[in-house]
Structures are given as structure tokens and as C-alpha cells.
Design a protein around this ligand. Structure first.
Ligand code: MRU
Length: 352
């Protein structure tokens, strides 16, 4: 099967006739259904409840949430509207604290709202235009990431990934899976080992879904099987996404990423992170300073709505972990592959 074009792929997020339309990722792969958000509050709950998830696409979705808020506002002055939007912005950013793309996109829209607009109408137009620009840019950035990283996977038969850093986590194409897609164009025999990614199963449900759609061969494994797959040999590299990259190159990503990186280093398998520069947070010095989102206990204690732990069992459910920079062999961005030492490499990439 040929690679699906962006028009054939389900759209993760669109802003159509004043409504934010999201592919409901909680329903995949069983159902392809869409949620229609006509208030910013509905957008916020869609982000918090993982109907839309993945760092880049939640940023774009939050930007559209601000566009909805601006459109619905009854403010009579531009400053009044900006004050209202400031409150909405804070509420949207609070929905998912680790993924810095969310704050980055919201701040970009707020900057547009504050830039030149002299009337309420101008502020509304500036907010919508900025959110639409972020939507368009994300797709272009992901394609550039994919093409920048493809050479890293040259001549490999197998790669491994964790979570879903694909088209579903972005406006389209993906970051880690963008690299896989670009590599697959020249190496159609490439096979992907997909960690199921407990507890929300983004790998089993979402990565396997979109790779299958694109005809990219993949095999889902339990997270605990990754080490023995690496030990068996044949895996050329790991490639994963990121939710926040600190100034020193430490990377926060889906819980379990750190364990995969440790295992890769033990087995001599290169470990790559793919992310746009909007995931790099130069104001966060290192991984220890990254806030890790805690998710509801039910994600771990239940499966398919049924309890799988004894009543009252204590649960710890961090959504992300931090992989130290020294375990990372390269960070693939839209301006090329960054190599250690990451501090200066990040400064140079952000200046481009
Ligand atoms: O909790 P999620 O599903 O939003 O977590 C997503 C990840 O950890 C992704 O790897 C990351 O956001 C990068 S997506 C291109």
C-alpha cells in the first residue's frame, strides 16, 4: 500500500466554520469519530481527557481554542478582549503541564493578539490568523524533521518506537514517525517494533493504527518485551518524540521512554529523539526542572473500565519521564540533527 496522502489521513484537528473538529483519539482504533468543540472550555476538556493528545497537536488545538474564545467574546474594547483571552490562555496551559508546545502555541497567539490590533475585530482576526498559521506550519515542520532524520535509519531493517509521535500527535506526518515515514520511502522493508505504551496504549492503539494505514510493517510488543527484542539483535535504532527538551538536552517524553533509552544504551542501539524546536524550552535548565504531569489513577488501576487492581491499591501514574541527555545519540529537529554537547547545539538551533 502506498503512503497515504495527507488528504487520505484522518485530520487530527481542523478549525471549520467556527468549530474546532478533533479526531477522537480515545476511540481509536475501533472507531474513527470526531468531536466538535464550539467553546474553548470543550477544547480544554478534550485536551485534558486525551481526545486530542501529542505535544504539537495539543498546542495547535489550544490556539484554536483561543480563536473560539475571541469569537465568542462580548468584550467592547481590545484590552478587555485581551484580558479575557489571558484568563483562557492560563486555563488552557494548565490542562497539560509537561508538553511545552501547548504553552508555546498559546503564547504565540497571545503575542499576536497584543501586537498591532487596535479594535476588537482586529484582535479576533489576529488570533484566528495566528492559530491557522501554527496549524499550517506544524505540517511543514514535521516533514522537515522527517527528511532531516531519514538518513539516520538508512539501510536498517528494524527500528523501535515508544508511544505515538506520529501524524496523530501532530497536524500530520509526525515527528518520530515522520522520520520513519521519510526513511520508509527509500527503504520500504523497514519494520517498526511498537511498544504498546502502558497505561493509555498510545503505541498499540495509535502507532499501530497509523503505520498500518500507511503500509509500514510493524509489530506491537508489551513494554516489558522491548529489552529482549533489543537483546535479540537486529534493531538499528530507537526513535521517539518529546514533550519538553530542556536547555541541556534532557528530554521529557511518555513514561517508559527512559527505560527504553537505558536498554538501548546497554545493547549499543542508538537512541534518537525527534521534535520541533517548539518542544525545546530554553528557560528550563535541565530535566529536574520539568514538571511531570500526574494522571488519574484509573488509567493504571482499570482496563476497559474494569478494575485490575485490588480495591484501595495505591497507584502512581506519572504521564512522562525524563531521559538524560547522555543517553541520547541525536535530537532531530526541522533544522537538522543536533548532537552532544546539546547545550551549545540547542543555542545554535534556536538562533536559526
Ligand atoms: O500523553 P500523550 O499521549 O500526549 O503523550 C505523547 C507523547 O509522549 C509523545 O511522544 C510526544 O508528545 C511527542 S508527539 C509528536
Amino acid at each position: 500500500m502506498a503512503e497515504a496522502t495527507s488528504d487520505q489521513r484522518p485530520h487530527t484537528v481542523d478549525y471549520l466554520d467556527g468549530v474546532v473538529v478533533l479526531l477522537d483519539q480515545t476511540a481509536l482504533p475501533d472507531q474513527e469519530r470526531y468531536v466538535r468543540c464550539d467553546t474553548w472550555q470543550r477544547v480544554a476538556s478534550a485536551i485534558a481527557d486525551l481526545e486530542v493528545r501529542g505535544a504539537p497537536v495539543i498546542g495547535v488545538t489550544a490556539a484554536f481554542g483561543l480563536a473560539l474564545a475571541a469569537k465568542a467574546s462580548t468584550a467592547v474594547t481590545p484590552d478587555g478582549l485581551r484580558a479575557e483571552l489571558g484568563e483562557v490562555a492560563a486555563a488552557l496551559i494548565a490542562t497539560r503541564p509537561t508538553a511545552v508546545n501547548l504553552a508555546w502555541a498559546v503564547e504565540a497567539v497571545m503575542a499576536a493578539a497584543g501586537a498591532t490590533a487596535d479594535t476588537v475585530d482586529e484582535v479576533q482576526k489576529a488570533v484566528e490568523a495566528c492559530s491557522r498559521r501554527l496549524h499550517a506550519e506544524d505540517l511543514a515542520v514535521c516533514r522537515a524533521i522527517g527528511d532531516a532524520g531519514a538518513a539516520l535509519l538508512e539501510r536498517m531493517s528494524d527500528v523501535i518506537t515508544h508511544c505515538n509521535a506520529g501524524a496523530l500527535a501532530t497536524v500530520g506526518y509526525g515527528t518520530a514517525l515522520g522520520v520513519v515515514r521519510s526513511a520508509h520511502r527509500v527503504n520500504p522493508n523497514l519494520h517498526v517494533w511498537v511498544d504498546e505504551t502502558r497505561p493509555v496504549l498510545q503505541g498499540a492503539r495509535l502507532t499501530a493504527f497509523e503505520l498500518g494505514r500507511d503500509g509500514i510493517d510493524c509489530t506491537v510488543i508489551a513494554d516489558g518485551a522491548a529489552a529482549s527484542v533489543l537483546a535479540a539483535g537486529g534493531v538499528g535504532a530507537a526513535v521517539v518524540g518529546a514533550d519538553r527538551i530542556a536547555a541541556n538536552g534532557d528530554v521529557a517524553n511518555k513514561i517508559g521512554t527512559y527505560g527504553l533509552a537505558v536498554s538501548c544504551r546497554h545493547h549499543g542501539v542508538p537512541f534518537y529523539v525527534a521534535a520541533p524546536r517548539s518542544t525545546i524550552d530554553v528557560d528550563t535548565p535541565d530535566g529536574a526542572a520539568i514538571e511531570i504531569e500526574q494522571r488519574p489513577a484509573a488509567e493504571v488501576a482499570e482496563y476497559g473500565g474494569r478494575p485490575i487492581t485490588p480495591f484501595g491499591a495505591r497507584v502512581f501514574n506519572p504521564a512522562f519521564d525524563v531521559t538524560p541527555a547522555e543517553l541520547i545519540d541525536g535530537i532531530v529537529t526541522e533544522v537538522g540533527v543536533l548532537r552532544a554537547p546539546y547545550g551549545p547545539a540547542i543555542v545554535a538551533a534556536m538562533a536559526r
